[in-house]
Design a protein around this ligand. Structure first.
Ligand code: 1HN
Length: 346
């Protein structure tokens, strides 16, 4: 029914009568339930690292990583403060580990990724194996895998967390527990999973140690960056995406994580993408350079280590004001599996 149509007295009386039976008329809410096209409750937004870093370091003096369990300044979409998310489904935050600190081992249903900003030799341990983190590395913690973080070096270690926690909680499917020690036992030397799965080879006996998630848990920037640059030598950038490569699960060729799609884009200086929109909610992290975004007609500038939220069905365009590399995380992986991902390229 039209929102503007007043509800007649006899209808309202009927609604009041069915309400105690825990029923309601669909025709009064149908339009809101079935919109003609996505209309996000979230706003495009840029979080500047120059603002975040001093606040994060201040938080570093306020409490220890152990006290906090995870010392994260979570990013709130300004259109939905208190929702602990940057888009409808994506959690993102800046996390800090100070020298000598440990963020204790725990595990949960939600999958997490880290895009490393200032690695400085910090590490994450996942399921018995450590990985040292460098700027631009994509580190993954699969659903229900034990994970702890630490920094044995003398400088702060900072990264952006991305989690599918709101997708898990929407389904009311979340579990978590704490390890009975600060750190988990290490059962494999660093580099084991990279050797086993990250070189184009795989064990003869098929195993899926992390189920639907990639068994590679550090996609290092030392490999990603040269790959992007090498491909760009020969291939012209895609008109809408630029030179983009996606992180792949070597066991099935799909996205590295079952719920969150991840890719890295190189945009040569001056390159401007054609406008497009898509139903996935995206979080972007600028790894190198600077990008001017046009999001639903408004200009936003993002530089190194800034985070950009692009909600569903936002008209988007990117232009590299300097040679730029940008990481994207989005709920596209989940939407594709559920069969409703859609995009429009103009
Ligand atoms: C979490 O476990 C981490 O393990 C980071 O580093 C951020 C945000 C919400 C819930 C759990 C981590 C998180 C989180």
């Amino acid at each position: 029914m039209d929102d503007a149509t007043p509800i007649s007295a006899d209808r309202q009386k009927f609604y009041n009568r069915i309400s105690p039976s825990s029923m309601a008329p669909l025709w009064e809410v149908l339009k809101g339930l079935v919109p003609e096209q996505p209309k996000s409750k979230f706003a495009p937004h840029v979080w500047k690292y120059a603002d975040a870093k001093p606040l994060l370091l201040e938080a570093g003096k306020l409490l220890t990583a152990e006290e906090a369990e995870r010392r994260v300044l979570l990013l709130e979409n300004p259109a939905a403060p208190g929702a602990s998310r940057i888009t409808a489904t994506m959690f993102a935050g800046y996390q800090l580990i100070m020298p000598g600190e440990i963020a204790p081992a725990h595990r949960h249903t939600a999958s997490a990724l880290r895009m490393v900003l200032e690695g400085n030799g910090g590490y994450t341990a996942v399921a018995g194996e450590k990985t040292t983190m460098q700027r631009g590395d994509l580190v993954i913690t699969p659903s229900m895998a034990w994970h702890d973080h630490g920094q044995e070096d003398q400088k702060p270690c900072i990264w952006v967390d991305g989690l599918d926690i709101h997708m898990v909680n929407f389904h009311e499917a979340a579990f978590s527990d704490h390890f009975n020690d600060k750190t988990q036992m290490l059962s494999k030397p660093e580099g084991h999973s990279e050797a086993e799965f990250g070189t184009g080879l795989a064990p003869m006996t098929h195993r899926r140690p992390f189920g639907a998630t990639s068994p590679i848990f550090n996609y290092s920037y030392a490999k990603t960056r040269p790959a992007l640059m090498q491909v760009a030598v020969t291939d012209a950038p895609d008109a809408h995406l630029g030179n983009a490569l996606r992180y792949v699960n070597p066991q099935d060729g799909g996205w590295a994580m079952p719920t969150i799609a991840t890719w890295m884009t190189y945009l040569p200086k001056g390159f401007e993408t054609r406008p497009m929109r898509s139903t996935d909610g995206q979080g972007l992290i600028v790894v190198e350079g600077e990008i001017t975004f046009e999001l639903d007609g408004k200009t936003h500038v993002a530089g190194e280590s800034d985070v950009v939220a692009i909600p569903s069905w936002t008209n988007k365009k990117m232009r590299a004001s300097k040679d730029a590399v940008v990481f994207t995380m989005s709920d596209r992986a989940a939407q594709e599996k559920l069969g409703f991902y859609r995009e429009e390229r103009k």
